[in-house]
Ligand binder design. Sequence first.
Ligand SMILES: NC(=O)c1ccc[n+]([C@@H]2O[C@H](COP(=O)([O-])OP(=O)(O)OC[C@H]3O[C@@H](n4cnc5c(N)ncnc54)[C@H](OP(=O)(O)O)[C@@H]3O)[C@@H](O)[C@H]2O)c1
Length: 328
Amino acid sequence: MPETMTALFGGSGPHWTVRRVPVPQPGPGQILVRNRAVALNNADVSMLADADPTSGGTGKEYRAGYEFAGDVAAVGDGVDTPAVGDRVMGTTPESFAQYVLADHRHMVPIPADLGYEDASALPTGLLTEHGAMMTGGFEKGQSVLITGATSSIGLIGVQIARALGAGQIIATTRSAGKRDLLGRAGADIVVVTGEQDLTHAVLDATGGEGVDLVLDHVGGQTFADCLPATRVDGSVVNIGRLDKAESTIDIDALSYRHLRVFGVSFGFTRAAELGAVLSAAAAQVGPAISEGRVRALRDSTFGLENAAPAAERLRSHQAHGKIVLTVA
Ligand SMILES: NC(=O)c1ccc[n+]([C@@H]2O[C@H](COP(=O)([O-])OP(=O)(O)OC[C@H]3O[C@@H](n4cnc5c(N)ncnc54)[C@H](OP(=O)(O)O)[C@@H]3O)[C@@H](O)[C@H]2O)c1
């Protein structure tokens, strides 16, 4: 085991800085992972911006990253599994480094036939989409509406819904050109917002009843439009606010339909709960991942030590799918 490693820090400018720091040792319940690949999330670029002192940010230094995939290098006291040498993927802060320390509950085995780069791009989408479906009480055969479905995690949501036996899957995008992408992911019906009225399109597709479950990544007016598109006693789970966090809803639609509305934000979930969400997702979706039916769409790959273009690509909003950093 080397004494030092490369790690990315934010807080000094618009880009991460590469530094050498000591390799940490796992404490009780922790695992040290030798990373092979890590993946970017939108939170990574918003944290960079918030801490960037050259544009009014805090200037507070922090270690970057959330998602990782690699090999277990050492385990702390009280950890039975995984064992040294096992391939794992997971989520924890400070993952943009050659080694990362994580709670043993916050990683799962990498399913067979999944490479490190694909694995690093999966944990956030896997736990978020599966966790949201379970929060919304999903049952096999139910119809699911997924808004902002071409987002990195939305595409994983479409595939998971298909893999878990959803009935009808309705997916939204603002871009007609992405219909095929959503069809390949498993959507039965694609609604192009801006061209079609979301509520009417969903009611038309469901015989006027509405869907059983909504996974909303968009918020704003879209969230409001989902309520009258949900069947009586159905569930709406807000996952993201790609549009905006404010929404003016028709409370009649909520009450007359006896809807259950949930919000999930797994980055703010307690450690034990996050472990339970991740392991339930891995157990139920693992076979579909191994069979190649659930995969993160990968946009591009850069090296950990040359991560500036990766952040630029995410900021540009041109990326289709996940941006991955390989770790030498
Ligand atoms: N709850 C949680 O625990 C959790 C975890 C991770 C992420 N999230 C949230 O989930 C959302 C998706 O994350 P992601 O990383 O997968 O996103 P992403 O890959 O960056 O999503 C990009 C896509 O979102 C769509 N989009 C962008 N702006 C939009 C707008 N104003 N209105 C409607 N659609 C818009 C676009 O699709 P089209 O061009 O096809 O419309 C775009 O291609 C984000 O809000 C993120 O913060 C939540």
